[in-house]
Design a protein around this ligand. Structure first.
Ligand SMILES: [Zn+2]
Length: 587
C-alpha cells in the first residue's frame, strides 16, 4: 500500500482546482470555484471545488471527493493510476507498493502470472511469424520491413484451433481464459481466441504487454479483433504505440492520433514515428489529457487524423467536443482529414512521409475547424441563419478552456455573425457563478448545511480545520451520535501527527462506516464557506455548549439525590456556579 504520508504530501502539492479545471470550466465564486457538474446534467452550476479544503462537492447529485477521486470517477482510472497521474504532474514518484493484506499480495502475484502468460504468448506469436511464409508475404505486401515488425513485436497466430497448446502444455489453465488468449466454448471445448491473424501486442505505460490486437489475413470477419477487457487490459485507457512514439513525438514536437494499429505501424515504417492510436473507442478525456501531458513543451501540437467520410467527420466532432475543455493556450490541437477512401496506411504508402506531412500541414486548427463546421450548419446570408450560428456557437465557445484562444475565437466569430466585438465579448462571456452554491429563491439550504447537534457542529469544524481535533474533549461527546465516532477517529489519527488536509480526510474515510457523515460535514462546511478561523470559533462554542450540557446533567442527577442527603447542597451550589461561569464564556 502507498503510505499515508506520501498521499498527504501529494494532496498538499496538487491543486485540485487545476486538476478539476482541466475537465470542467470553473469560475471563482468567493473562496471556492464552481461550474457545471460533470457527473449530472444541469444548467446552473452546483458543482463546487474548494482549494482550501482540497475537495469537490456537487450540491445537485452529491458527488464528492478529492483530486484522486476525481480522476477515478471522471477519468475512469484506478486508484493507483490516478495517484501516479497526479504525482507525475507535480514531479513526484509514487513509492513502490507493499501489499497490505495477504489477499492483495495474492492478487498482485496473480496479475503477475497473467502478465507472464501474455509475454510468453507474444514470444510464441513472434516465432510463428518467422515460420509462416503467407504471413510474411502479407506484411511485405503492406510494405512493412522485418525491422519494423520486430520493433512493434508483431507476430502471427496460426490458423489452428489450439495452436497455443504448443506454448502452453497446460492448455486447461483457467488463467489462459482470464487473460483473453483462450475461449471456453459452450460444450467445454477450449480454443484460441486469435487464429489466422497478424498479432499486434498492446503495451501499457510500463511497457508490459497487456493484450493483443489481431488483423485477419485476407478475408474474414471481424477484420480487427482485440483482447477482451481483463484484469490487465482496459481498452478505454490504453493508447496504442505510445511507448514507441515517445521519442519521435518529442523530436517532432507533435503527436498524431490515428484510428488503428496498422496505421501506426505503417506510418512508423515510412518515418512518421509520432503516431499513436486509440483502441477501437472514441476519443476520451483520458486520451487527450495523457497526450497533452506528454507534449509538455510549449508549442508542441496534438493532431487528430480522421478519414474523410461521414463516420470520420462524426468521430472528429466528438474529439473536438472532448478537447474544448482540455485545450490550452500553449499546445495547439488540430484536425486533419484524409481524402475519401484513404486511411493513413494507404495514403503514406502511396505518397510517402513528405506527402503525408504536407497533409498534416494543411490540418485545420481547433478554432478553424469549429468555425468551419458552424458556418456549414447555418446560412450566414440571412439574419435568421446568423442568429442560429451565434446561438449554436455559444455553448462551444464557453466550453473552450484556454482563455486567450477563447478571446481570439470570439473576435473571429463577431464579423461572421455581424455583431459588434464588444457585444460579442459580453454575449459569449462565461457568466460568473454566484458567490455561493446557488439555491432557488426561498428554497431551504440543503439538509447538510444546517448542523442540528453540537456533535455535528464539531465535526464540520474539524473537517474545515482538522488541527482542532487536538482540542477535542471526547468524554463530552454523546456516544449515541454517529458524528462522535468520526470525531474520535480523526482525533486518534491526529495524535502526534501533522493535521490531515480536507483531501486527505476524504481518502481516509472512503469506504468506511463514517464516509457519509464526514462527506456531509464537508459539504456543510463548503456550502457555508466555513474558513479555518470561523471553524475554530464555532468549535470552541460547540464544545462549551457540551460542557454546559454535562453540567446540567450533573446538576439534575445531584438534585435527584438531595432529599436523601442535604449535605450535597454545597456541591450543588458549586455546580450551579460553574454552570454560570461556563455560560458567561459563550458568545
Ligand atoms: Zn452533480
Amino acid at each position: 500500500m502507498i503510505p499515508d504520508s506520501f498521499k498527504q504530501d501529494l494532496l498538499n502539492r496538487v491543486d485540485i482546482v487545476e486538476v478539476v479545471g482541466r475537465y470542467v470550466q470553473l469560475r471563482k465564486a468567493g473562496a471556492n470555484y464552481s461550474g457545471l457538474c460533470p457527473f449530472h446534467n444541469e444548467k446552473t452550476p452546483s458543482f463546487t471545488v474548494s482549494p482550501a479544503k482540497q475537495f469537490y462537492h456537487c450540491f445537485g447529485c452529491q458527488k464528492h471527493g478529492n483530486a484522486i477521486g476525481f480522476l477515478m470517477d471522471y477519468g475512469g482510472m484506478g486508484y493507483v493510476d490516478a495517484m501516479k497521474e497526479l504525482a507525475a504532474s507535480v514531479g513526484m514518484q509514487v513509492p513502490a507498493q507493499q501489499p497490505r493484506t495477504p489477499q492483495e499480495a495474492q492478487q498482485k502475484a496473480h496479475e503477475g502470472g497473467l502478465a507472464a502468460l501474455l509475454e510468453k504468448a507474444m514470444a510464441f506469436y513472434r516465432a510463428e511469424l518467422k515460420r509462416s511464409p503467407p504471413a510474411i508475404a502479407y506484411l511485405k505486401k503492406r510494405g512493412l520491413s522485418g525491422e519494423i515488425a520486430a520493433r512493434f513485436g508483431i507476430g502471427y497466430a496460426p490458423d489452428d484451433w489450439q495452436a497455443l497448446k504448443a506454448a502452453f502444455p497446460d492448455y486447461d489453465d483457467a488463467r489462459l481464459v482470464e487473460c483473453g488468449l483462450v475461449i471456453q466454448g459452450e460444450e467445454g471445448k477450449r480454443y484460441d481466441r486469435f487464429r489466422g491473424r497478424i498479432m499486434f501486442p498492446i503495451f501499457n505505460r510500463r511497457d508490459a504487454v497487456v493484450g493483443f490486437g489481431g488483423r485477419v489475413i485476407g478475408e474474414g470477419e471481424p477484420k480487427y479483433l482485440n483482447s477482451p477487457e481483463t484484469p490487465l487490459f482496459h481498452k478505454g485507457e490504453e493508447i496504442y504505440g505510445l511507448g514507441h512514439a515517445r521519442a519521435a513525438m518529442h523530436e517532432a514536437r507533435r503527436a498524431l492520433v490515428v484510428e488503428g494499429y496498422m496505421d501506426v505501424v505503417a506510418l512508423a515504417q515510412h518515418g512518421v514515428g509520432y503516431a499513436v492510436a486509440t483502441l477501437g473507442t472514441a476519443t476520451t478525456p483520458v486520451h487527450v489529457t495523457r497526450l497533452l501531458r506528454e507534449l509538455r513543451e510549449n508549442g508542441a501540437e496534438l493532431v487528430f487524423c480522421f478519414d474523410g467520410d461521414a463516420a470520420g467527420r462524426k468521430a472528429a466532432w466528438r474529439a473536438l467536443e472532448v478537447s474544448l475543455p482540455l485545450a490550452t493556450d500553449t499546445n495547439p490541437i488540430r484536425f486533419m482529414f484524409l481524402p475519401e477512401g484513404e486511411d493513413p496506411d494507404t495514403f503514406v504508402r502511396q505518397h510517402g512521409r513528405q506527402g503525408f506531412e504536407s497533409l498534416i500541414g494543411e490540418a485545420q486548427t481547433l478554432t478553424g475547424y469549429l468555425l468551419g463546421e458552424l458556418r456549414a450548419r447555418s446560412d450566414l446570408s440571412t439574419a435568421e441563419g446568423r442568429a442560429r450560428f451565434q446561438v449554436n456557437a455559444k455553448p462551444l465557445v464557453q466550453q473552450l478552456a484556454a482563455p486567450v484562444l477563447r478571446m481570439q475565437l470570439v473576435r473571429a466569430l463577431a464579423p461572421l455573425a455581424q455583431i459588434a466585438p464588444d457585444y460579442a465579448e459580453s454575449y459569449f462571456a462565461v457568466e460568473a457563478a454566484p458567490a455561493a452554491a446557488p439555491r432557488k429563491a426561498g428554497a431551504p439550504r440543503t439538509a447538510a448545511a444546517v448542523p442540528r447537534t453540537e456533535e455535528q457542529h464539531l465535526l464540520r469544524c474539524v473537517v474545515a480545520n482538522p488541527a482542532l481535533a487536538q482540542e477535542l474533549e471526547d468524554e463530552l461527546l454523546d456516544p449515541g451520535m454517529p458524528e462522535a465516532g468520526a470525531l474520535r477517529a480523526i482525533a486518534a489519527d491526529l495524535a502526534g501527527h501533522e493535521a490531515p488536509s480536507g483531501g486527505m480526510l476524504v481518502d481516509r474515510f472512503n469506504g468506511s462506516e463514517y464516509e457519509q457523515i464526514v462527506f456531509r460535514a464537508q459539504a456543510s462546511a463548503l456550502e457555508t464557506n466555513l474558513d479555518a478561523d470561523s471553524a475554530a470559533h464555532e468549535f470552541r462554542q460547540a464544545q462549551l455548549a457540551l460542557r454546559v450540557r454535562r453540567k446540567h446533567r450533573e446538576i439534575e442527577s445531584l438534585k435527584g439525590q438531595l432529599g436523601a442527603n442535604p449535605a450535597l447542597n454545597v456541591q450543588l451550589d458549586r455546580l450551579v456556579k460553574e454552570l454560570h461561569q461556563l455560560k458567561a464564556q459563550r458568545s
